[in-house]
Design a protein around this ligand. Structure first.
Ligand SMILES: *[C@@H]1O[C@H](CO)[C@@H](O)[C@H](O)[C@H]1NC(C)=O
Ligand SMILES: *[C@@H]1O[C@H](CO)[C@@H](O)[C@H](O)[C@H]1NC(C)=O
Ligand SMILES: *[C@@H]1O[C@H](CO)[C@@H](O)[C@H](O)[C@H]1NC(C)=O
Length: 246
C-alpha cells in the first residue's frame, strides 16, 4: 500500500502497540475522557459480536474504563485495526461507524460470517480494506466501489453476486476478488465510457470464480495495469493481454 498518510504515521506506531494484545500498554492521556464513552460502547458491541475468541483476547474487557482493557483499543480516534489471524468469528458490530478516522481495516484470516458488513460502507476515511480469508457471503455491495479506497482485498470468501457495474468508479490500485463464487461478466460500461477513477488500477485479480463472457477491451487499456489474473473462470480473451499475467 502506498504510504500517503505521513501525518498519521506517529498515530500508527502508537496504535500498533495498542492493537497487539501481547504488547498491551496503558493508553496515554492523549485520548481524553470524552472519547472513552464511545470507545466503551464500541468495545462492548465488539465483545458481544465476537462469538468465538479462542485466544480470549476479549474475555476480560469489562468495566467502564477502556484504558484498563487488554488488547486492541477501539477508540473513535483509531486509525488502524489489524485483527488478522485470530480465529475471531461472528459479525462486525455497527458501532464501527464511530470510527471516523479509520483508514486501515484488516480482518484477514478469521472466521467472520454473514453479509458484507455494511458498516464498512459508512467509514469516511477508509483507504485499505482487507477481508480476505473469511466466510463472508452473498453479494458484493456496489457502494464498495464508491469508497475512496487504495486497496481492496475480499478474496477467499463466499461472495456469490456479480461484480457491481460501478467497479470503474473506484480509485484503487489493487482489487483482489479471487476465490469467491462471483458470476456474471466483468463490467465494461463504466470502464469504457468514462474510465471513472479506476485508471489508477495496477493489480486486478479475479481468478477462481464463475465469471463468464468477454474480457472487456477497456481492461486491456487500463494505463497502469501490471498484473491481471483471471484463470479458472469462463472468460474469453478478446484483447491483447500480453503485458499482464494470467
Ligand atoms: C486480560 O486477558 C489477557 C489475555 O488472556 C491477559 O494477558 C491480561 O493480563 C488480562 N488483563 C487483565 C487486566 O486481567
Ligand atoms: C484501572 O486500573 C487501575 C490500576 O489497576 C485501577 O486503579 C483503576 O481503578 C481501574 N479503573 C477502572 C475504572 O476500573
Ligand atoms: C501477478 O499476481 C499473481 C497473484 O497475486 C502472482 O501470483 C503473480 O506472481 C504476479 N505476477 C507478476 C508478473 O507479478
Amino acid at each position: 500500500m502506498k504510504n500517503s498518510y505521513p501525518n498519521l504515521l506517529c498515530l500508527r506506531c502508537l496504535l500498533c502497540l495498542l492493537i497487539f494484545p501481547t504488547l498491551f500498554v496503558k493508553l496515554p492521556d492523549l485520548f481524553q475522557i470524552p472519547r472513552l464513552d464511545n470507545a466503551y460502547t464500541a468495545f462492548q458491541a465488539w465483545k458481544r459480536a465476537i462469538q468465538s475468541d479462542p485466544m480470549e483476547f476479549t474475555s476480560n474487557r469489562s468495566g467502564p474504563d477502556v484504558r484498563n482493557y487488554s488488547g486492541l483499543g477501539l477508540l473513535t480516534d483509531l486509525a488502524l485495526i489489524h485483527l488478522n489471524s485470530n480465529r475471531f468469528s461472528g459479525t462486525i458490530p455497527e458501532s464501527f461507524n464511530n470510527l471516523q478516522l479509520l483508514y486501515e481495516l484488516d480482518l484477514d484470516n478469521n472466521l467472520f460470517t454473514g453479509f458484507f458488513p455494511s458498516v464498512i460502507l459508512s467509514l469516511p476515511s477508509l483507504k485499505f480494506l482487507d477481508l480476505r480469508f473469511n466466510q463472508f457471503e452473498d453479494s458484493v455491495p456496489s457502494a464498495l466501489f464508491d469508497l475512496k479506497l487504495d486497496a481492496l482485498f475480499i478474496n477467499d470468501n463466499k461472495f456469490r453476486s456479480s461484480i457491481p457495474d460501478n467497479m470503474g468508479n473506484s480509485p484503487v490500485y489493487v482489487i483482489v476478488l479471487a476465490n469467491n463464487v462471483l458470476d456474471g461478466s466483468i463490467p465494461s460500461s463504466p470502464l469504457s465510457e468514462n474510465f471513472g477513477e479506476i485508471k489508477t488500477l495496477e493489480q486486478l485479480h479475479v481468478s477462481h470464480n464463475k465469471l463468464y463472457g468477454n474480457i472487456p477491451a477497456s481492461i486491456c487499456s487500463l494505463p497502469r495495469l501490471l498484473n491481471f489474473t483471471y484463470s479458472n473462470n469462463y472468460l474469453v480473451e478478446t484483447c491483447p493481454l500480453s503485458q499482464v499475467s494470467w
